[in-house]
Ligand binder design. Structure first.
Ligand code: EPU
Length: 434
């Protein structure tokens, strides 16, 4: 592909007053990446629609290419009956089941090829993901879940190498997850689709993106029951067919625009936001004083005046997602009162708070808690995007801070947002990349 525009690595944001207009969230990153991995389960031509134009998709395309697959974004005029923008993945009969260091190091979500590699080839060699901006993130549950399905793992020279008994199919198993991990559930679902017998995953992740993956697997001929609940059952089949599948909308991108409306005021419609995917978030936004209404196919958020503080605790779905937290912390930084925020998923996910403090926020962190005392105003400052969601939250802070905010390392934001600045500008915001 390599078709993403080259953009400057900084956002320059100035306050612009209330926002108004309609935006689309676009396809969900955390679904698209897994659906791309799932395509490896069947030889042939897969078509994925609504795949966001983001860096992480480019990296996953390179991961697929390293296996021998071809990945192409259809341009206007390309033949084949599919639409411009569709992602076409051609998976060969024989795969190279390897994910090299250079790619996994850029994106740890690459680890979701482990399940498809083992299911399809009976072996896998995947570079061991390192730590990241959220702190230490182990892959022990991936390995123990796949281990229950008959895979033996060895870690050597920075790579994790897995093989099934005699290179044959994986074996269905009863797996109880210690924690409802999103990508572990994805990996096990994909591995189970081609395993011999039935796999039951207890304490499975219930995220909408897991349901999207299950829907694609079913369209490929898999038998999956219970996706979206904490008990998922998969009956393995011998072979799957290529898929045509539309990626569900990105609830975190949608939340970004709802939060922007809450912060800057105005009236914003996110045309493809699904309320059923963000029930707890919507409840929190309403408790803070944002008016959130359902529109046909989307959500409308409007706000005026100062927001009220609330307490927030991140939890696995359907709780308040950890990915929403930087937006909520930014809103609390300006709200009336004190909010206590508890992070229950990732130890290092408060690093951006230092950047908000540089803009005048009054936030104290202690372990996995933050006490956010709302201040009447923030002041623009040079800050740094410490990760994808934090970067987006700092851009939102800039919308309401006095003077100019310069958010450096904008490339983190491009990993998961298809032109955040352009979409905010379409709502009347003053955001530039320069
Ligand atoms: N964990 C383990 N061992 C494992 C796997 C996970 O201890 O083998 C722990 C993690 O360290 C963490 C907790 O389990 O403390 C939750 O991690 P989970 O596995 O659920 O997260 P993930 O699957 O790695 C996905 C999203 C994240 C999102 C989280 C939580 C993808 C590619 N990533 O990560 O999204 O924050 O679920 O919902 O789906 C993002 O989009 O920016 C992002 C980080």
């Amino acid at each position: 592909m390599g078709t993403l525009p080259v953009r400057a690595d900084r956002f320059v944001v100035r306050p612009s007053g209330p926002l108004s207009g309609t935006v689309h969230a676009g396809g969900a990153k955390n679904s698209a990446l897994k659906l791309m991995a799932a395509s490896l389960l069947a030889e042939g031509r897969h078509v994925l629609r609504n795949v966001p134009r983001i860096t992480d998709v480019e990296i996953m395309a390179d991961v697929l290419r390293a296996t021998g697959a071809t990945v192409q974004r259809l341009a206007p005029g390309d033949r084949g009956g599919d639409d411009p923008g569709d992602l076409v993945i051609e998976v060969p009969a024989t795969l190279v089941p390897e994910a090299p260091y250079e790619l996994v190091e850029k994106m740890r979500a690459s680890v979701v090829v482990l399940g498809p590699f083992l299911a399809r080839c009976g072996r896998a060699r995947v570079s061991m993901p390192g730590g990241d901006d959220f702190g230490h993130r182990p892959i022990d549950m991936h390995l123990s879940g796949l281990g229950s399905m008959g895979v033996t793992f060895e870690v050597a020279h920075g790579y994790v190498e897995g093989a099934s008994a005699g290179g044959g199919p994986l074996v269905g198993a009863h797996i109880v997850l210690e924690y409802p991990s999103h990508t572990v559930t994805d990996n096990l679902l994909m591995a189970a689709a081609l395993a011999k017998g039935t796999t039951v995953i207890e304490n499975a992740a219930r995220e909408p993106e897991v349901q999207d993956l299950a829907a694609m697997l079913v369209s490929m001929g898999a038998t999956v029951r219970g996706a979206g609940t904490s008990r998922v059952e998969v009956e393995g089949v011998e072979m799957l067919q290529p898929a045509r599948h539309r990626v569900l909308p990105d609830r975190v991108v949608a939340a970004t625009f709802l939060a922007a409306a809450g912060l800057a005021g105005g009236d914003v419609v996110v045309a493809d936001a699904r309320v059923e995917h963000m029930t707890m978030l919507v409840a929190k936004l309403r408790a803070m004083g944002v008016v959130v209404e359902q529109e046909p196919g989307g959500l409308r958020a409007s706000a005026s005046g100062r927001l009220r503080s609330v307490d927030v605790s991140t939890l696995p779905y359907p709780g308040v997602a950890t990915d929403f937290k930087p937006f909520l912390v930014t809103m609390l930084a300006l709200a009336d009162g004190v909010g206590i925020v508890t992070e229950n998923l990732f130890s290092g996910r408060f690093r951006y708070v230092d950047e908000l403090r540089r803009m005048g926020a009054d936030i104290r962190t202690e372990g996995h808690h933050a006490v956010v005392r709302g201040v009447p105003r923030l002041s623009g400052a040079p800050v740094r995007a410490t990760d994808l969601r934090a970067g987006a939250a700092l851009v939102l802070a800039g919308l309401v801070a006095e003077g100019e905010t310069v958010v450096a390392e904008a490339r983190h934001v491009d990993r998961g947002y298809d032109d955040l600045a352009g979409k905010l500008v379409s709502l009347g915001a003053d955001v530039r990349r320069c």
